[in-house]
Write a protein that binds this ligand. Structure first.
Ligand code: SF4
Ligand code: SF4
Length: 344
């Protein structure tokens, strides 16, 4: 089996969005127009299907704003791949939920706080919280399994535990805590980013929460040092901690698998190792996706672990962590540099 097999592809099918989130990587808004035509999307899916069968997550912007979203989903499924939908949920009514159930395999909803005050402030639109909760309620009623994704900055970090409890209460199958990486609108909020010290404390809280959690699947996302921290805490406190906690559902066992098992295609066709990456490795209108995946410098560098910065290359956790390359780039202009949030 190829060590670097594409298992998970996030495909941003539109830059349009009905919300105005402070952390948006796309700077999405309703004023923008779709760049990729249906044919462009289908053609890259067909090309990928020749070699890989990843889960393709349709994202945006708000992917449900695209009229052909379910047609795209059907095409992906016809190629033997599973389809995910990452939505803010605010447009979902019973009729749309029935369509989602018919065409989509995995759904994620974004909730960034346990109250409307916190979530709506983060999402930039009043009433968003109630609509997203309503979507979760409809999903539950008609039997759609869903994941909750929650993003945190200084603004809402006090509410992490309550948000996790809310995800459980509304019946999510999994809760993923995202550590924001500065990009898109997020760049302007770098002063709002959770401090390195708090980052470590939050990951510690997550580790002990995860140990007790047996109803839903939880994991911190874009926090590769978590996998080092789990090992350190387990050893320090003699905790019998199962290796399964080190695995991503995307099939990788490393903290960050950007460019190794996952990739991102932006609304403009730019291909990147992950959605937070600032640099593009190439555009699907110039090169084939597979050419970029196999031959671009950025993707090759992401797999060249020995050439990561000295601290990572010599680190005993390189194989389970590897640091966040997007964060290193955002801070130092060098994606092979030290992850500025490494606390090991
Ligand atoms: S490079 Fe950073 S932001 Fe991208 S997937 Fe890895 S940990 Fe997440
Ligand atoms: S040195 Fe690198 S691999 Fe080791 S814990 Fe820090 S970021 Fe992860």
């Amino acid at each position: 089996m190829n060590e670097f097999e594409l298992k998970w592809l996030a495909f941003e099918i539109t830059p349009r969005c009905n919300l105005n989130c402070i952390h948006c990587r796309t700077n999405a808004s309703m004023g923008l127009k779709d760049v990729l035509k249906y044919e462009d999307i289908i053609s890259v899916i067909d090309e990928i299907a020749e070699e890989f069968k990843p889960v393709v997550v349709l994202t945006g912007g708000e992917p449900l704003l695209r009229e052909d979203v379910f047609k795209i989903a059907d095409h992906i499924k016809s190629k033997g791949m599973r389809v995910g939908l990452a939505t803010n949920g605010t447009l979902v009514d019973r009729k749309l939920a029935d369509k989602i159930k018919e065409h989509i395999d995995v759904v994620s909803l974004s909730i960034d706080g346990s109250t409307s005050k916190i979530h709506d402030n983060f999402r930039g639109v009043e009433g968003a919280f109630d609509k997203t909760l309503n979507a979760a309620k409809i999903f539950k009623e008609i039997g759609i399994n869903f994941i909750i994704n929650s993003s945190f900055t200084k603004r809402n970090q006090h509410d992490i535990e309550n948000t996790y409890k809310l995800a459980k209460k509304i019946g999510a199958g999994a809760w993923y805590m995202f550590m924001i990486v500065p990009t898109g609108r997020g760049e302007k909020i770098s002063e709002e980013l959770i401090s390195k010290e708090d980052y470590k404390e939050i990951l510690k809280w997550h580790f002990y929460t995860e140990l007790k959690e047996n109803e839903i699947f939880v994991r911190p996302t874009c926090a590769p040092e978590y996998y080092a921290l789990c090992d350190m805490e387990a050893k320090k406190n003699n905790i019998n901690y199962e290796r399964r906690n080190l695995k991503f559902s995307t099939g990788g066992a490393k903290g960050c698998i950007a460019g190794q098992k996952i990739a991102f295609i932006g609304y403009d066709g730019e291909v990147k190792p992950c959605s937070y990456f600032l640099r593009s490795a190439g555009n699907i209108s110039d090169k084939g996706f597979l050419d970029i995946w196999h031959n671009s410098k950025i993707f090759k560098d992401m797999r060249d672990f020995k050439n990561y910065n000295k601290k990572c290359a010599a680190c005993r956790y390189l194989n389970v962590c590897g640091g966040c390359r997007a964060r290193a780039d955002a801070y130092y202009g060098d994606y092979m540099a030290q992850d500025p949030y490494c606390f090991v």
